[in-house]
Design a protein around this ligand. Structure first.
Ligand SMILES: CC/C=C\C/C=C\C/C=C\C/C=C\CC/C=C/C(=O)SCCNC(=O)CCNC(=O)[C@H](O)C(C)(C)COP(=O)(O)OP(=O)(O)OC[C@H]1O[C@@H](n2cnc3c(N)ncnc32)[C@H](O)[C@@H]1OP(=O)(O)O
Ligand SMILES: Cc1cc2nc3c(=O)[nH]c(=O)nc-3n(C[C@H](O)[C@H](O)[C@H](O)COP(=O)(O)OP(=O)(O)OC[C@H]3O[C@@H](n4cnc5c(N)ncnc54)[C@H](O)[C@@H]3O)c2cc1C
Length: 660
């Protein structure tokens, strides 16, 4: 029985066409759908019991699933793209994420042709397993502060990898703790007693025969992390080197080369390319944000349509909680954000692929913008998603706190995304640097790409919003101009404040809070703009474009309402115009309401991937929650183990004293 069928009948757009719009193309949809079903129908990938497993059992279970996934990839001859989707739907963080997601990309981006030829075939056949060992106990954000050393020995033509202090121990790399045979290790290059910056080195850590650590290497897991199950399926590790020797040709040498004689040769490639793997991964993390947020929103939306509280006067049905305006004002902006992040990630991927192509052709001019966009959007979308998942838990009331809702584990797995691949504040400060530089160059350099609006700064500083009615806000030009003006005015004001400091670095440190706000406003502008640009494309299917338009305005006007202080303080909006935007937002929520279930169905998630009783496709929540309670191991017996030993004596003592 489909308890949500009435809801599904209310929608006025073609859900199948929306699924294609969400996926990006019919081919992407079919590919993803095939992989989702393959995983959902395979009992090896069951995951409901995961949060109850002890650490060793949990990790072994993950290894079993990863091995099964690899067997499917080989047996079914899946392409790299299909394999990516398969791993995504298995939905269990594993050492393979870092092997495919960072170790291989690091070699691809920073290795020479010769190095790629040697290492990539081994890695791609999984004859070696690699991780990305950058962060240390003492330093993560400050990459130039890393302490591990790679000292060149001209006599033997080798680097000596060494961990000189406790704080130089590598700490956090996923897959390092128990599984990796190799790592790309970031270390201080020392040649002839001189420091030549931090570089990546391929280092073998474990024997390919018996997996034991090689001489001079101490390696292990760093211990339990937040939540049950969750990211504990990953062996984040600690690693120390005691004068470990590796051949010279294991330094990744696309950026700088060290010759046999100990000479440093710089190629034309900028040193920032050493950070290139992070640009790649940050871009994938934006896509992951839309997936994680859409999962949480799918659960909260379906459950909000099933759940009823209050409102019955004559014994009739109570009100579905999704009909409360307060519920809509918390849920629908998250639904809109999931779509907004999906489309901005699509754009970011194309930007990244363009930059990658240019880098391969030794053209580096667009790297700074790619860095700013990936860093800023990673920060913006992961912060909003982590907060959004927690909001979805609250939207599900008490039942959202049950592990069987799927939300606690999703939250626990997701929140480190605000920290890994760059702490979100540190990344926004990078965007701020880029923006301050753009403003300072306005006189002699035309801003392009995502900062092109800065070229119109004079008019953006003068012109105020012309919106007169709530309907006036349903105009892409009016909305985009509001976000452009706010971002430009905040950036210029901050640049003026910075100019008052004699030492720019001192000014940057003092104004850091304001600078982060400037960076956030710039990134929100990008997301809003890219959503409107998506709507310019041909989007087939009855009512699909119209529904997306509604979501686009919800996303933009929700942000405008939330940050109205900025819009008012910069003088672009009057309080009346801000309140008209809020009135329009209420109207938009009423338009989303009948389509809400169809909009989350369009994510096309299987019940397996959602992993939530509250978010079941059929809405059959209560019987399934009730059944699941009885499957808890505590309910294996009526009298719990430990009762006779620890509880009964207390009860007996009470009986005894009552008699007295
Ligand atoms: C649940 C998941 C399941 C499945 C997912 C599947 C696949 C996805 C794969 C992986 C994701 C999953 C798990 C995550 C694993 C996590 C891994 C990690 O965390 S790895 C470690 C990441 N570490 C960081 O991000 C460190 C952050 N710090 C930095 O990036 C830098 O140190 C910082 C930029 C902050 C400062 O650098 P520094 O050189 O000291 O400073 P400066 O500001 O002077 O910069 C110099 C110069 O360089 C420019 N620049 C900086 N970074 C970059 C870059 N990345 N690219 C290009 N350019 C860069 C900077 O703008 C400046 O330029 P100018 O001199 O001003 O021109
Ligand atoms: C689950 C998980 C997986 C990870 N996987 C890997 C991996 O595979 N490989 C790897 O190498 N690393 C990995 N990491 C490490 C991760 O990249 C770092 O933790 C991250 O870059 C943050 O660095 P940090 O821990 O040094 O934080 P810190 O920089 O110490 O941050 C602490 C606080 O200081 C603030 N702060 C720091 N610098 C500044 C500044 N300049 N201005 C203002 N505020 C500042 C931050 O905002 C934060 O609030 C992983 C981490 C986690 C949690």
């Amino acid at each position: 029985m489909d308890y949500l069928s009435d809801e599904r009948k209310k929608s006025d757009f073609d859900v199948e066409a929306m699924k294609v719009a969400w996926a990006g193309s019919i081919q992407e949809f079919q590919l993803s759908d095939r992989m989702a079903k393959l995983v959902a129908n395979d009992p090896v990938f069951e995951k409901f019991t995961r949060p109850m497993l002890g650490r060793k059992e949990l990790l072994k279970n993950t290894l079993r699933k990863s091995a099964h996934a690899w067997k499917l990839i080989i047996d079914l001859r899946l392409s790299e793209e299909e394999a990516k989707w398969l791993r995504l739907y298995v939905d269990e963080p594993a050492y393979t994420d870092l092997h495919w997601g960072m170790f291989i990309p690091a070699i691809e981006g920073q290795g020479t042709e010769e190095q790629k030829k040697k290492w990539l075939p081994l890695a791609k056949k999984m004859q070696i397993i690699g991780c990305y060992a950058q962060t240390e106990l003492g330093h993560g954000s400050n990459v130039q502060g890393l302490e591990t050393t790679a000292t060149f020995d001209t006599r033997t033509d080798e680097f000596i990898m060494h961990s000189p202090t406790l704080t130089s121990s590598k700490w956090w790399p996923g897959g390092l703790g128990k599984l990796s045979t190799h790592a790309v290790v970031y270390a201080r290059l020392i040649v002839g007693g001189q420091f030549h910056g931090v570089h990546g080195f391929i280092v073998q850590l474990r024997s390919l025969e018996d997996h034991s650590p090689l001489p001079g290497i101490t390696v292990g897991d760093i211990g339990l992390k937040f939540g049950n199950g969750a990211y504990n399926t990953m062996d984040n590790g600690v690693l120390r080197f005691d004068h470990v020797r590796i051949p010279r040709n294991q330094m990744l040498m696309r950026v700088s080369q060290v010759t046999k004689e100990g000479k440093i040769m710089q190629s034309d490639v900028p040193r920032q390319l050493i950070y290139g793997t992070m640009v790649y991964v940050r871009q994938t993390i934006v896509a992951d944000a839309s997936k994680a947020l859409s999962r949480a929103v799918c659960i909260a939306t379906r459950y909000s349509a099933v759940r009823r509280q209050f409102g019955s006067r004559d014994g009739g049905p109570e009100t579905q909680v999704i009909d409360y305006k307060t519920q809509q004002s918390r849920l629908f902006p998250l639904l809109a954000s999931a779509y907004a992040f999906r489309f901005v990630s699509e754009w970011l991927k194309s930007l990244y692929l363009d930059v990658k192509q240019r880098l391969e052709a030794n053209e580096f001019s667009t790297l700074p913008e790619a860095h700013a966009c990936t860093a800023g959007l990673k920060s913006l979308t992961t912060t909003a998603t982590a907060d959004g998942i927690e909001e979805c838990r609250k939207l599900c009331g008490g039942h959202g706190y049950l592990v069987s809702s799927g939300l606690p584990e999703l939250f626990a797995v997701y929140i480190p995304a605000c920290t890994y691949e760059g702490d979100n504040v540190v990344l926004m400060l990078q965007v701020a640097r880029f923006l301050v530089k753009t403003v300072s160059e306005l006189g002699h350099k035309k801003p392009v790409g995502t900062t092109a609006y800065m070229g119109r700064v004079a008019s953006l500083m003068q012109k105020n919003s012309a919106v007169q009615t709530a309907e006036g806000w349903l105009n892409p030009g009016a909305v985009v101009e509001a976000f452009e003006s706010r971002a430009a005015r905040m950036a210029v004001r901050c640049a003026q404040e910075l100019a008052k400091f004699g030492n720019p670095e001192e000014g940057f440190a003092e104004l850091a809070v304001d600078l982060v706000e400037v960076a956030v406003s710039h990134c929100q502008l990008i997301v809003v703009t890219k959503f409107f640009e998506k709507l310019q494309q041909d989007i087939p299917g009855k009512g699909v474009k119209e529904s997306l338009e509604v979501l686009c305005y919800v996303y933009a006007l929700f942000l405008l309402h939330k940050h109205q202080g900025d819009f008012l303080a910069t003088g672009y909006l009057t309080p009346k115009q801000a309140s008209l935007a809020n009135a329009q937002l209420r109207t938009l929520y009423s338009k989303v309401r009948p389509n809400a279930i169809a909009l989350v169905d369009s994510f096309s998630y299987t019940d397996h991937y959602l992993g939530s009783i509250l978010g079941r496709y059929d809405g059959n929540v209560y019987p399934k929650l009730y059944e699941a309670a009885w499957e808890d191991p505590l309910n294996d017996s009526d009298v719990i183990d430990g009762f006779h030993q620890y509880v009964q004596p207390i009860l007996k003592q009470r009986l005894h004293s009552a008699k007295l």
